[in-house]
Design a binder for this molecule. Structure first.
Ligand SMILES: CC(C)(COP(=O)(O)OP(=O)(O)OC[C@H]1O[C@@H](n2cnc3c(N)ncnc32)[C@H](O)[C@@H]1OP(=O)(O)O)[C@@H](O)C(=O)NCCC(=O)NCCS
Length: 183
């Protein structure tokens, strides 16, 4: 049996080029080098990236802004070759856990109305539809759906986090027959 670890950690400034490349292939170039630099240096912007210890390159990235008691999720992306293997849900789980650690009470985000994979992921984690912003995405003219996840500070949410952690590990073991993941 081979073992390797999925590492989730805050990125360093010298990894910005890698983040821009990942952004280009996952999101079509949402944020520039300068945007990442500004965000990484902002005390209110909390990033997590994901890589495998067998391959140090960044495979995924998520970020939220801490605004009063809210976590506004601004980024969530997984390198296309690694999508559909449970990494997106691991990253979202880690972002929400970080938000709880920071004593935030709610999480919110905007997602394109046609982005079925992302919508399914957010629904799985209990996000609910709160509204729609017409023509929010200027380049496509598409609407954004506004989703909220409340009660992050309730004890029940801690229980949900524990259940998700077990499910995420079970999923990794199922997808990678001879590999065990350790978060
Ligand atoms: C959205 C995204 C982060 C999901 O990451 P991922 O690693 O592929 O997702 P996972 O393998 O962890 O899947 C977790 C859940 O997401 C949903 N999901 C993922 N891919 C899906 C697909 N192709 N169709 C439907 N649901 C999907 C499912 O609910 C899935 O749970 P399940 O496997 O138990 O059914 C990834 O597709 C991505 O980077 N997309 C491009 C960037 C983007 O759109 N980001 C969101 C911006 S708001």
């Amino acid at each position: 049996m081979s073992y390797f670890t999925v590492k989730v950690y805050p990125p360093r400034l010298e990894q910005i080029e890698e983040l821009v490349a990942l952004d280009n292939c996952c999101l079509g170039g949402l944020w520039s080098f300068d945007s990442y630099k500004r965000e990484l240096e902002s005390p209110n912007s909390h990033f997590l990236v994901l890589s495998l210890d067998s391959n140090q390159s960044i495979l995924g990235c998520g970020c939220f802004w801490e605004i009063l008691e809210e976590a506004h999720i601004t980024l969530l992306m997984i390198e296309p070759n690694y999508q559909g293997q449970g990494f997106g849900q691991l990253l979202l789980y880690c972002l929400l856990k970080d938000a709880v650690k920071r004593k935030l009470e709610r999480a919110t985000l905007e997602v394109s109305a046609s982005n079925q994979p992302a919508l399914a992921l957010y629904q799985k984690f209990g996000f609910q539809l709160a509204g729609r912003r017409k023509g929010y995405y200027r380049h496509t003219g598409e609407d954004a759906l506004v989703l909220w996840r409340n009660n992050l500070h309730y004890p029940q949410f801690q229980e949900e986090l524990s259940i998700w952690e077990k499910q995420i590990n079970a999923r990794f073991n199922q997808v990678n027959e001879n590999l065990e993941f350790r978060i």
